[in-house]
Design a protein. Structure first.
Length: 200
C-alpha cells in the first residue's frame, strides 16, 4: 500500500504551522486583563471608550437648576471646592451650565454638569453630581481648558483637556491631557494621566 511521504521542506512547513497555531491560542486565552488604559500614542478623542452604562435624560433625578443651586450653596472649603470662576459663571450666566452624559455605577446614577465660559461653548469646569437623601450631592469637580468629562468603561469618567506647549500662543493650545477617574469605596479617585508631552 502506497503512503505519501512528506519531504523535509513539507515537514518544516507543517511543524511551523502547528507552532504558530499553538502560540496564537496561548496569547488569546492567557492574555492578562489590563483594565482601562490610555496609551500615550492615542489621540485624546479615542480615550473615552464606550461606557458600560449611561442613563437616559428622562431618568435623571435633578435638572440644571437643581444642580446650579446645589453648587452655589456649597461652602467655599472642603474636599470638593468650587472655584471663583465657576461660581461667577453659575451666578451671572444662565446659559453657562448644561448637562453632559450621565452614567450609572452599581445602580447609582451620576450626572455630569458642564460649565462654559460666558458667550462661548468652551467648557472649563465640570461637576459630578450624585444623590444623597433625595438631594444633589457633589462627588467630583474638575477644571481645565476646553474640557470634556465623559463616561468610560468599568464605572470610570475620562477627563480630556487641551494643554499649552511652550511655544503655543494664548489662542491655540496644541497639546492634550487625559486623566481617568474610577469610582472606588464611594468616591471618584484620580488614576492614570497621559499627555501629549508624555506626563504621567
Amino acid at each position: 500500500m502506497f503512503r505519501p511521504r512528506l519531504s523535509l521542506p513539507g515537514w518544516a512547513a507543517l511543524f511551523t504551522a502547528v507552532i504558530l497555531v499553538a502560540l496564537l491560542a496561548l496569547l488569546f486565552f492567557y492574555s492578562p486583563d489590563r483594565g482601562l488604559r490610555v496609551e500615550a500614542t492615542a489621540q485624546p478623542n479615542q480615550a473615552a471608550a464606550t461606557p458600560d452604562t449611561t442613563v437616559a435624560p428622562e431618568d435623571l433625578p435633578f435638572d440644571v437648576e437643581d444642580i446650579r443651586s446645589h453648587l452655589l450653596d456649597r461652602p467655599s472649603t472642603g474636599s470638593h471646592t468650587i472655584d471663583s470662576q465657576t461660581t461667577e459663571a453659575l451666578l451671572y450666566c444662565d446659559e453657562c451650565i448644561s448637562l453632559g452624559t450621565a452614567l450609572e455605577i452599581d445602580g447609582t446614577p451620576f450626572q455630569v454638569a458642564l460649565v462654559t465660559e460666558p458667550g462661548t461653548d468652551t467648557v472649563f469646569s465640570a461637576a459630578v453630581i450624585g444623590e444623597q437623601d433625595g438631594e444633589p450631592s457633589l462627588q467630583l469637580v474638575v477644571s481645565g481648558h476646553d474640557l470634556t468629562l465623559t463616561p468610560g468603561r468599568g464605572g470610570t469618567l475620562v477627563k480630556q483637556e487641551k494643554r499649552y506647549a511652550p511655544a503655543d500662543e494664548v489662542c491655540c493650545p496644541s497639546g492634550w491631557s487625559v486623566q481617568v477617574y474610577r469610582f472606588h469605596d464611594g468616591r471618584f479617585e484620580a488614576g492614570q494621566r497621559v499627555s501629549s508631552a508624555g506626563e504621567h
